[in-house]
Write a protein that binds this ligand. Structure first.
Ligand code: 5GP
Ligand code: MN
Length: 356
């Protein structure tokens, strides 16, 4: 089912977003796309619904017009996203490093989707740096992009990169109807980055764009179910264990956090994506405004931070844990032991007690 994009609302949304897009964008970009023999769409490490949804939507839109595009991701796409249209064609660097690096190195157009710093590409970072000849396009909603691109479409007020991608695709192919499979990918991006439309929505346009996606005929109940009702029994048990045994609440600092060791993750047969959403859970406790999740990996501790209100977890993560992200959702890492990392974390909370 198709729905024409040229509605009044849409014109208005595109008009509002126009400040982000240079006047000559569609023509200039199309010129680069038309002469390119290889186009690579890059997503960040530990890809989430937004980076995958926005990347696949762009891939599907370009592919349907005959542009030779490929999606390249550093590591595996979690099972709750693997149903997305086009997912099976993505090149995963962890599984197929040579092909992934070669695709990035030889691309004539490089799209950077849903991240603002090149180190988020991990094992693909060098290949992206080495490819200095490509026309680079950044489409993202994280603050302070540092990626050097000819075209930077970056807005921190949108809910998700998928929302931005909707406008981008509409501008690139203005006379087209939006295909249902593209709408499904974009809807997944908006839905996951807003926690099922529960946070991170600062503009009514997010709902207007979502309405446009729904008009294509996508089944939002089915998409919700595919993403959120697709867990293994061991993941559900890990969730129960994490909440019952591993959640620590520090009421005096309005902080709650969960720690999962490598052995614990292994005993619950951890798969990528299994702990998605865990970091939000302490925020559901009365009075808690800052939460963290510590996952002990082989050689580092992966940390996620979330907050409610003005405490900027991206700054906190950047300052103490080599990370970054959004004001209320960020990530980082530690190379110290788990014990030392937690000690440092609690000390830093004390230092910032008056801000939390
Ligand atoms: P998550 O906690 O879900 O891994 O990440 C939350 C947000 O922070 C996402 O927007 C993600 O892109 C960003 N983020 C996660 N880890 C890092 C990191 O190590 N560095 C930076 N700059 N951003 C991160
Ligand atoms: Mn995002």
């Amino acid at each position: 089912m198709f729905y024409p994009l040229h509605t009044l609302y849409l014109q208005k949304i595109i008009f509002q977003m126009k400040s982000l897009f240079p006047d000559s964008l569609p023509d200039r970009l199309r010129k680069h796309l038309e002469k390119a023999n290889r186009i690579a769409i890059l997503s960040h490490i530990n890809p989430d619904g937004d980076s995958i949804g926005a990347s696949l939507a762009l891939y599907l839109a370009l592919d349907s017009h005959g542009f030779p595009a490929e999606v390249v991701v550093p590591n595996g796409i979690p099972a709750f996203l693997s149903w997305l249209p086009g997912c099976e064609k993505a090149i995963v660097a962890e599984k197929n490093p040579e092909k992934a690096v070669e695709t990035v190195r030889n691309a004539e157009v490089l799209f950077f989707i849903d991240f603002s710093e090149l180190n988020r590409l991990e094992m693909l970072e060098d290949a992206a740096r080495q490819n200095t000849g490509a026309y680079r396009v950044l489409i993202d909603h994280h603050p302070g992009p540092t990626i050097n691109a000819a075209l930077v479409i970056s807005d921190t007020t949108v809910s998700s990169t998928a929302e931005l991608m909707f406008t981008f695709i509409s501008m690139l192919f203005p006379d087209e109807s939006l295909a249902e499979n593209i709408a499904a990918a974009l809807y997944t991006g908006v839905m996951t980055d807003t926690g099922g439309f529960s946070h991170n929505i600062r503009r009514p346009e997010t709902f207007r764009i979502t309405a446009e996606l729904l008009k294509t005929g996508i089944d939002q109940d089915e998409i919700h179910s595919k993403v959120y009702d697709n867990f293994t029994v061991t993941r559900m048990k890990l969730l129960g264990y994490a909440l019952h045994q591993k959640m620590k609440i520090l009421p005096e600092y309005h902080t709650g956090y969960i720690v999962l060791t490598h052995d614990e993750l292994t005993s619950f047969h951890f798969q990528p994506g299994d702990t998605e959403g865990f970091v939000n859970l302490p925020l559901s406790v009365q009075g808690i405004r800052f939460s963290a999740l510590f996952l002990e990996k082989e050689d580092h501790i992966k940390i996620s931070f979330r907050s409610k209100g003005s405490f900027a977890v991206n700054e906190f993560s950047k300052r103490y844990f080599h990370g970054g992200g959004h004001v209320n959702a960020a990530g980082g890492e530690s190379r110290d032991s788990l014990g030392q990392t937690l000690k440092d974390f609690e000390n830093k909370i004390r230092d910032h007690a008056d801000e939390i």
